[in-house]
Write a protein that binds this ligand. Structure first.
Ligand code: NAG
Ligand code: NAG
Ligand code: NAG
Length: 784
């Protein structure tokens, strides 16, 4: 998330002429090999490493190529390093399956009039074609017609598969249509442009849709058809749009225009090359370069550089494809880092820079830029680097690989059938002790791993939510047993839960609504997010496990309506949060530095310092945080002071009554009750042999049946339960109707004097026992 501080621009865009006529389509086989097809009927292969171009094939004179798409390389059973063949659609109503050597393996009659586009699904098990005849057809891998999915009155210019390969997006005049392959499933259709739509693309990582049209605009949509971004109207129709594989960037082509945009729509860079209209754009699989098919017979190549990474006093810029410049702002020292191969991904955090090139991984320490650790990569296309303080994770199409900063492979966690190449910072999160990820196949499920062993955490059961999860984030600080994960679901509700499971159920607690984006501070467990039109900081999210009512008092909120649509949190470092608006401008928000200091005092049990800080700052929010932190740490003296300072008199009284309880177990149990953990409190008391106290807790909470059950089971205080029950019914003028109570009440005379004597005896006994064994320690794991 932090690496988002990048500002890539194009460099070395290179326009090459090999074709004699309009170039209609391009496609990459590897990160350095491109195929292009033209109205001159040639298929040309370009190798960027040695600069060679070769004519792979010459098509018959009556075939004008329109669209090409390589068969996906990472699916369909075995993994291959190169795509072996591609589909080419043409003006004569056919599509052709062509090998990489240029041999036409098969030509299939597909549409009346031109076949305007053809796309393989992600698994390589089906092909979709669309045509001038307004039909959408699905074909098998070998080119057998499976079905005609749709029939429109107008030509269909562009088509894309949904991320799960179960839906098709296509154009129909000014409309966009999403149709599931499943018969009778709901079709989504909306008016997207004021002119004919020429191109669409759908990214499988971020699930966002791009469209471009004759109205000279390009737009970004979510998969429900909601508009996220619309460009202004440009001078010429937008003839091409294409997502980079990882969904962070997209490219836009138009007449003499090539543009690079962030996923939120704003434009990083604009080039005005002499290309004519750019009809088709393809990204290399590693996401570092793009190629465009130009109307004037050229092919344009461009690669993405000038990315920037910032951590503490270090700013790093990718200045060339294989060179990074490190600047230390403290002393203005500059180091140059040279790489043997092209830089593909990089991440800078926790005192380390991790860089993947097409063949290797480099690990630099910010203390020494001269001697990186280097190891070879199995696969050249790292799609994501994720850092925690202790280790980092490399993600590619083949799997997940956790490394130490010494370059040792620690583990390779696996989820069967998972597509790792589409994981992104929203769907995977790493901390010292936990790896969490959400897979596309079931978006309600979060898988949790112990990184060292690479094995599922605890009982191996993933965390399952009631609706789809959009974004997850682990906190980074504190004890492993208290690791929390925050997540946003499809309804934009924000939840928090403990990663470790205690007892039967996992408490998942809602702490926000309409949340668009979130970030943890990396040095203490403070969470910030954008909620509807407000910017919110959860200074102590753990409060919900301690005293849920206190949550609103521990928040900082300010109006964020000026951030406009779809702002993103790009960093949360120091007491400054940086937010990027949809137009690309950065906004810095300062938040109070005191909660972070409070976290640190509390972490080190410096309660007096904590109280002194709150007295000094005189802020109710800080006192509220301290109250909850103190209860969480069972420091009831501090809790009493803090609750008094925020005027929670009921709670002060309760806490002071807890302090008077006769034994440590009782006190602990009542602290648990204070936080609403009835089950844990009862368990603790029963384990300590304090049967009467466990019964009384249930009586106080009107858990009558449980109180009676315990009394009967332990053959004690049945009369106490019945007496309180009778009093309760009398107070409300009611009669006993419960069969069990009626049964036990039969023939039993309630004698309050006797009962009171018995209770006093119990308390005296507890006090005596506690005095005899002062060191007794409760041994119940408490979920916080
Ligand atoms: C995470 O690991 C690093 C390195 O082992 C250690 O210094 C740090 O204290 C750990 N942080 C937490 C919260 O456990
Ligand atoms: C957040 O993290 C920074 C380090 O990046 C730390 O210095 C700071 O105290 C933290 N700030 C807040 C407000 O939590
Ligand atoms: C929290 O306390 C532990 C032990 O007292 C210490 O090792 C750790 O560095 C502290 N963490 C922070 C952020 O102060």
């Amino acid at each position: 998330m932090y690496e988002d501080l990048t500002v890539p621009i194009f460099l070395n865009s290179l326009i090459l002429l090999k074709h004699k006529e309009l170039v209609s389509c391009v496609g990459w086989t590897t990160a350095d090999d491109l195929y292009s097809c033209s109205d001159d009927h040639q298929i040309i292969k370009w190798n960027l490493l040695n600069g060679e171009t070769t004519q792979v094939a010459k098509l018959p004179d009556d075939i004008y190529p329109i669209d090409l798409h390589w068969f996906p390389k990472s699916f369909g059973g075995k993994r291959q390093t190169h795509a072996e063949n591609f589909v080419l659609t043409s003006s004569d109503g056919k599509f052709h399956l062509i090998s990489k050597t240029g041999r036409v393996e098969k030509s299939v009659e597909a549409h009346c009039g031109a076949v305007l586009a053809g796309r393989w699904n992600y698994e390589g098990t089906a092909l979709v074609t669309v045509g001038e005849d307004g039909q959408v057809k699905i074909w098998s891998k070998s080119g057998m017609l499976r079905s005609t999915l749709a029939q429109q009155g107008t030509p269909i210019y562009s088509v894309a598969w949904g991320p799960d390969s179960e839906k098709i997006l296509y154009t129909s005049g000014k409309q966009l249509i999403i149709k599931p392959l499943q018969p009778n499933a709901k079709v989504l259709q909306w008016k997207a442009h004021d002119g004919i739509i020429l191109k669409v693309d759908w990214n499988s990582v971020n699930d966002l849709i791009l469209s471009a049209g004759e109205d000279c605009k390009y737009k970004v949509w979510d998969s429900y058809g909601r508009l996220l971004y619309s460009s202004q109207s440009h001078e010429y129709p937008i003839t091409s749009v294409a997502w980079a594989l990882d969904g962070e960037l997209f490219a836009v082509g138009s007449f003499h225009t090539l543009r690079l945009c962030d996923k939120t729509g704003w434009s990083y860079a604009l080039e005005k090359p002499n290309t004519g209209s750019i009809f088709n754009i393809a990204w290399s699989t590693d996401g570092t370069q793009i190629a465009g098919a130009c109307g004037n017979g050229h092919v344009i190549f461009a690669h993405v550089v000038e990315q920037r990474w910032v951590w503490k006093n270090f700013g790093i810029t990718l200045t060339k494809r294989r060179t990074m410049e490190v600047r230390n702002v403290l002393n203005d020292a500059v180091d140059l880092l040279e790489f043997r191969d092209r830089v593909i991904k990089a991440s800078l955090n926790y005192g380390h820079l991790v860089v993947s090139t097409s063949l290797q991984c480099y690990i630099f320490s910010t203390k020494n830029w001269n001697t990186p650790l280097i190891f070879d990569l199995k696969e050249g296309t790292v799609s994501l680097i994720l850092q925690a303080e202790r280790h980092f994770l490399l993600v590619d199409g083949g799997g997940l690989y956790l490394y130490s900063y010494e370059g040792r492979l620690i583990s390779s966690p696996k989820v069967p059938g998972m597509r790792t190449d589409i994981l992104n910072v929203q769907t995977i999160s790493l901390s010292n002790d936990t790896l969490a990820l959400r897979d596309k196949s079931d978006e309600k499920v979060i898988y949790l791993f112990e990184p060292l062993a690479g094995k599922p955490l605890g009982d191996g059961k993933p965390l399952t939510h009631k609706t789809e999860i959009m974004e997850i984030a682990l906190d980074q600080k504190g004890h492993t047993n208290e690791r929390k994960i925050a997540f946003i679901d499809k309804n934009r509700d924000l939840y928090i839960t403990s990663v470790k499971r205690f007892g039967k159920e996992q408490k998942v607690i809602k702490i926000g609504t309409m949340v668009h984006t979130l970030a943890w501070n990396d040095t203490c467990n403070i969470l910030c997010g954008l909620q509807d039109t407000r910017f919110t900081v959860w200074y102590y999210p753990n409060v919900v496990y301690v005293d849920k009512d206190l949550l609103p008092k521990t928040l900082y909120e300010r109006d964020a309506s000026e951030f406009s649509k779809n702002p993103q949190i790009v960093s949360f470092a120091g007491s400054q949060v940086t937010v990027r608006r949809a137009d690309g401008s950065l906004i810095h928000i300062s938040i109070s530095p005191y909660p972070a200091i409070l976290h640190e005092y509390v972490n080190n049990s410096k309660w007096e310092d904590a109280v002194r800080l709150c007295r000094f700052v005189k802020d109710q929010t800080l006192w509220a945080c301290l109250a909850a932190m103190a209860v969480a740490s069972k420091d009831m003296n501090t809790a009493e002071v803090a609750y008094a300072s925020i005027g929670e008199i009921d709670k002060v009284q309760y806490i002071s009554s807890i302090k008077d309880l006769p034994s440590k177990e009782s006190r602990l149990a009542h602290i648990l009750l204070f936080s609403g953990n009835v089950q844990d409190a009862e368990t603790l008391l029963l384990q300590a042999g304090l049967i009467y106290q466990a019964i009384q807790v249930n009586i106080n909470l009107y858990n009558w049946e449980r109180a009676l059950e315990l009394a009967v089971k332990h053959k004690t205080h049945v009369d106490t339960v019945l007496a309180y029950r009778q009093k309760f019914l009398d107070d409300f003028g009611k009669k006993e109707t419960n069969q069990r109570f009626l049964q036990y009440a039969e023939g039993l005379e309630v004698n309050w004097d006797k009962i009171k004597a018995k209770i006093e005896l119990e308390i005296a006994r507890e006090r005596e026992r506690a005095a005899a064994t002062p060191a007794v320690r409760a041994s119940v794991t408490i979920q916080r």
